[in-house]
Design a protein around this ligand. Structure first.
Ligand code: T4K
Length: 404
């Protein structure tokens, strides 16, 4: 058992070495031989991008896995969100949460749309349907909701509001690959759903993403837009961009798909262990997943409510960083407090601000062992039990840093 004086902030040796830092988002990697075989075939074919055979196979396998009619892969989810918004003809204002990765808001702003920030539900961390209607104006054309941490939004309520108010409904499903909602997988709700397959996601294609929809005409338009709007060699149908996925990314995707069940099982094992190990630690809780649904368990989200007697989320983060446990404050400070949105206030987003100050994400995935987790949780227990000592040490380190 580590004693207080053995913690790195008191001069002890960090629990993890510089070459074994534990981070949020270390990629999961499937069968390398199979990956190199697929890449070798692509090289032999000399067909490297532009809807090649691997991309086509990947799209079909994704559509089958998700139970959705159409899947259009893209080079990343940010471009995917932009293509979705453009294909749906969004104009003016789009209602979206501030409590998300900045890409959600930026995708809208990049298109000249105005993201209108809506607060989130304190339990689900997802956009609060009860607050959406107050934000709808004559300029509102859509809702871009986010299935944060892979936990589905209030899909039925959002669908009902969108239909009644004649708004498009896009789900940013960047976190939600492999998650279900009732009878269906995330991927077939709203007008379109957008996945991210970035390296830091539990299922990755290096960079990449996918647009999924049951609307054939929308899929056709998004397919054209992803390739500059080209309809044939010399004919352009609409404004477009370069959002294509490469063959190398599709190869990684096919290989990742073969291992997706194993990645989820490891995430779940780790999640269960974090929960068990932290169960007795006062002042920290681990957010839960609805176990009657399919989840990917990629995000281990700790909540450390503000408490004048205890450690804050930021104290804990700094102490863990000294141990080379690079826990992250997703999504601090909230999009509305970042440029360019911070100059548009005032905002009334109390739950967003509270969560941005209280949540801390922990390392997960196949690069994290059960021993790593036990070690991390023991340190968290020790730190949380000694708030005064930890805080005074952090304050003196900070004072020394500012005077030097
Ligand atoms: N919507 C939502 C809700 C999202 O969360 C995201 C992306 C998007 C949209 C946009 O999707 P993409 O356009 O990216 O497809 C990371 C990811 O870059 C980002 O994709 C992700 N969300 C976000 C939650 O996390 P950062 O700025 O935190 O990344 P960074 O560079 O700090 O990396 C995180 C950790 O992962 C580091 O500690 C190092 C480690 N890492 C990273 C890479 C790239 C590795 O160990 N290996 C690697 O290859 O945004």
């Amino acid at each position: 058992m580590t004693e207080l004086q053995e913690l790195a902030i008191f001069g002890g040796k960090p629990a993890f070495g510089e070459d074994h830092k534990l981070v949020v988002g270390r990629p999961n990697i499937g069968d390398r031989d199979e990956l190199f075989r697929l890449i070798g075939e692509a090289l032999d074919r000399r067909w490297l991008t532009n809807a090649g055979p691997l991309v086509q196979e990947f799209e079909q396998r994704l559509a089958d896995y998700l139970g959705v009619k159409q899947c259009v892969t893209v080079c990343n989810a940010t471009i995917g969100l932009e293509i979705a918004a453009r294909a749906l003809g969004l104009k003016g204002e789009v209602i979206t949460p501030s409590f998300t990765f900045i890409a959600t808001a930026h995708a809208l702003q990049w298109l000249g749309l105005k993201p209108v920030f809506c607060d989130v539900d304190p339990e689900t961390h997802n956009i609060d349907p009860a607050q959406i209607e107050k934000l709808i104006t004559e300029n509102t054309t859509g809702i871009m909701a986010v299935h944060l941490w892979g936990r589905p939004c209030a899909i039925e309520q959002l669908t009902e509001i969108a239909a009644r108010r004649n708004l498009a409904l896009i789900f940013d499903a960047a976190h939600a690959f492999g998650c279900s909602h009732g009878d269906g997988m995330i991927g077939s709700f709203g007008d379109v759903e957008v996945f991210s397959f970035h390296a830091t996601k539990f299922f990755n294609t290096f960079e990449g993403g996918a647009l999924t929809t049951n609307n054939d005409e929308l899929a056709r338009q998004m397919r054209l837009m992803r390739n500059f709007g080209f309809k044939g060699y010399d004919e352009v149908d609409s404004v477009g961009t370069n959002g294509k996925m490469s063959e190398v990314s599709a190869a990684m995707g096919l290989v990742s798909l073969n291992s997706v069940a194993e990645f989820v099982a490891v995430n779940k094992r780790n999640y269960d262990l974090y929960r068990a190990e932290l169960a007795g630690v006062a002042g920290v809780s681990v957010i839960d997943y609805n176990e009657s649904e399919r989840n990917n368990f990629q995000y281990i989200v700790l909540q450390i409510p503000a408490n004048p007697e205890g450690l804050t989320r930021d104290d804990l983060r700094l102490a863990l960083w000294e141990e080379n446990v690079i826990a992250r404050r997703y999504f601090y400070p909230g999009c509305h407090r970042m440029a360019p949105y911070d100059s548009n206030g005032p905002y009334d987003l109390p739950v967003t601000e509270q969560l941005a100050d209280e949540l801390l994400l922990m390392p997960n995935g196949t690069a994290v062992t059960e021993d790593d987790i036990r070690k991390i949780c023991r340190m968290i227990g020790l730190m949380m039990a000694h708030p005064a000592e930890i805080r005074s040490k952090l304050e003196s380190a900070q004072a020394a840093a500012t005077t030097s």
